[in-house]
Write a protein that binds this ligand. Structure first.
Ligand code: ATP
Ligand code: TZP
Ligand code: MG
Ligand code: MG
Length: 266
């Protein structure tokens, strides 16, 4: 079964409480993918929006107390109504406020998927990993073990992204090799990915782990195609073509080109 095909058939409504930097890029990426983005923050309506959504995505990139309260209200409503939740703890570890907020969200909301760079995942789980603002720094630990421990401790699927992505529920692990380094030169590439993961979770299916793995492979393949078609033109052209590719990469292409390794404990 292709989760991508289902997304395009069902056009899921994705409620995003995201940051000021990436809202437009996120909305365009979800639209071209075939989902229906909805950005809504007001305390007066977030519970209603989360209830009618097919999935929600929370992101603390430009957090303040209003945003935090919006996330907690929407999160409780999503949980009460069986709506899947993705959380992107942008910058966790960069300041105590971000780290504490990420940990509060994880305590008060039942999160299905925690998606971030390795530093954000580690710091949300109470471990150390260098972070430079919102970008992952050089960490020295065992990324795979930290991701697995985080999933077990926080009780969710962890998607820790970077050169190679790690998706784990603490027991099963998939490593995804698709992608392109230019994604790191597009602000919001990680944030949009979290919303794309939400769209893949929104369409149901047998396995959330498979849905997340397919979302990451699809996203990486779109980036590979975008680079091929704009080679030599730079990150600006890459960014535009990447949005085009979210509309045109097919389920068949994902099947043929995905680089997914299941990891087994030796
Ligand atoms: P950061 O702020 O550290 O850039 P992020 O939240 O933007 O983190 P990334 O980890 O950059 O998120 O992941 C976004 C996408 O970019 C993922 O699909 C990931 O696989 C891809 N990606 C990031 N770095 C590389 C790389 N060096 N090579 C290939 N793909 C990459
Ligand atoms: N500052 C606060 S949020 C943000 C910046 C630059 C965007 C981060 O986007 P991403 O997807 O994590 O690279
Ligand atoms: Mg980034
Ligand atoms: Mg990020």
């Amino acid at each position: 079964m292709s989760y991508l095909k289902r997304v395009r058939e069902r056009n899921p409504l994705v409620h995003n409480i995201t940051n000021l930097v990436v809202a437009n890029f996120t909305a365009n990426g979800l639209l071209t993918l075939g989902a229906s983005p909805f950005m809504a923050y007001a305390h007066e309506e977030v519970e209603d929006v989360a209830r009618i959504a097919d999935a929600v995505m929370f992101n603390i990139g430009t957090l303040d107390e209003n945003v935090v309260q919006s996330i907690l209200l929407a999160g409780r409503s999503a949980n009460a109504n069986g709506v899947p939740v993705v959380f992107d703890p942008v910058g966790a570890g960069a300041t105590p406020y971000r780290t504490e907020t990420a940990q509060t969200v994880m305590k008060q909301v039942k999160v299905d998927v925690l998606r971030g760079n390795m530093a954000e995942i580690a710091n949300t789980a109470g471990e150390r990993w260098d972070i430079k603002g919102v970008d992952a720094g050089e960490g020295s630990g065992d990324a795979l073990e930290i991701a697995r421990r985080a999933a077990l401790k926080l009780g969710c699927i962890v998607a820790a992204t970077g050169k190679e992505d790690i998706v784990t529920d603490g027991t099963a692990v998939a490593l995804i090799g698709n992608g392109h380094p230019l994604l790191a030169k597009v602000t919001g590439a990680g944030c949009l990915l979290s919303s794309v993961v939400a769209a893949f979770l929104a369409v149901g299916g047998e396995s959330k782990l498979d849905a997340v793995t397919e979302a990451l492979a699809f996203y990486g393949i779109a980036a590979e195609n975008a680079f091929e078609r704009t080679a030599g033109q730079g990150p600006g052209s890459f960014q535009i073509e990447f949005i085009n590719q979210l509309a045109s990469v097919s389920p068949e292409t994902v099947n043929e080109r995905k680089i997914v390794r299941p990891w087994k404990q030796s």
